[in-house]
Design a protein around this ligand. Structure first.
Ligand code: ADP
Length: 261
């Protein structure tokens, strides 16, 4: 027995070393695939606004510039495409920094109710244009204090409420509900819009995943909003929940610990 034991040990050491190496290679391969797919996605997404802006500018150069009305319209559209490109690059940088965990969170204590009032005010025009009514329910007597990165939580709320407006029907409703219960502050954003097909629900937090591509781009979407929102909430040890019924609407919600004020 003593004579075979060292060999057995050596064998099992070699085996576990080989297994670890296999795992390492697998991870490297996965990373390489991820990177390749990411670059392919980015290139495709960047091409769309560049192609559009370039098309308008070339048409102007080919003679359309002589017509005053066309000139203005085409310049306006080229500017809109460049704006979309700018938003896309900004979102890509943010997402990349989040995925590499180089983003710092600046924590402060504030009332989530005030932040939401600001978000709703900022989105008023957008809602009006689509004839969508946004209602905000909260208890005036209550405080909704949380300790979090205010700018980043602003971004999450802006994304959720803006999506609820964007993916709603003309004349639709958005109900924003804020509650403080069991030492937590809960926010839910409910719309009665088009809803999300069941098979797509778990994928909408992936970068560039869109259920309806044309609608997303028309509304100025980059397809990165929910991916960024998910990272932000994960950075606060929280996550976004979603419930959706096709044709009826969706509810997005999250909770954060209530801060002692
Ligand atoms: P974007 O709105 O820029 O496309 P997001 O990451 O914010 O990107 O959303 C990803 C996708 O999830 C959207 O393209 C849309 O298809 C779907 N989605 C998000 N919010 C809603 C909603 N409230 N109702 C229906 N679909 C939604």
């Amino acid at each position: 027995k003593p004579s075979i034991s060292p060999l057995k040990n050596l064998n099992s050491t070699i085996n576990s070393y080989a297994l670890a190496k296999d795992k390492e290679i697998e991870t490297l391969q996965e990373n390489a695939t991820f990177r390749k797919e990411f670059i392919a996605d980015i290139s495709h997404e960047l091409k769309t606004p560049i192609f559009a802006a370039s098309g308008y500018i070339h048409t102007l150069l080919d003679g359309a510039v002589e017509d005053e009305a066309v000139r203005y319209k085409f310049l306006e559209r080229a500017a809109k495409s460049l704006n979309a490109l700018d938003n896309l690059v900004g979102d890509l940088l943010t997402l990349n920094r989040m995925e590499n965990r180089v983003v710092k969170f600046h924590l402060e204590t504030f009332d989530l109710k005030d932040l939401i009032l600001e978000v709703i005010e900022q989105l008023e025009n957008k809602a009006e244009k689509r004839d969508v009514t946004v209602r905000f329910y909260f208890d005036k007597a209550k405080k909704y204090h949380i300790t979090a990165d205010k700018d980043k939580i602003f971004r999450v709320c802006q994304n959720l409420i803006s999506n609820a407006i964007k993916y709603n029907n003309e004349g639709g409703e958005v109900n924003v509900d804020l509650k403080a219960e069991k030492k937590k502050v809960h926010l839910s954003v409910k719309d009665n819009g088009k809803g999300i097909p069941e098979e797509d629900v778990k994928r909408i937090f992936e970068r560039f995943y869109r259920v309806d591509k044309s609608r997303s781009r028309e509304g100025g979407g980059t397809g990165l909003g929910l991916a960024i929102a998910k990272h932000i909430l994960e950075g606060h040890n929280s996550k976004i929940k979603v419930e959706s019924v096709l044709g009826k609407g969706s509810t997005f919600s999250f909770s954060l610990p209530e801060a002692k004020s």
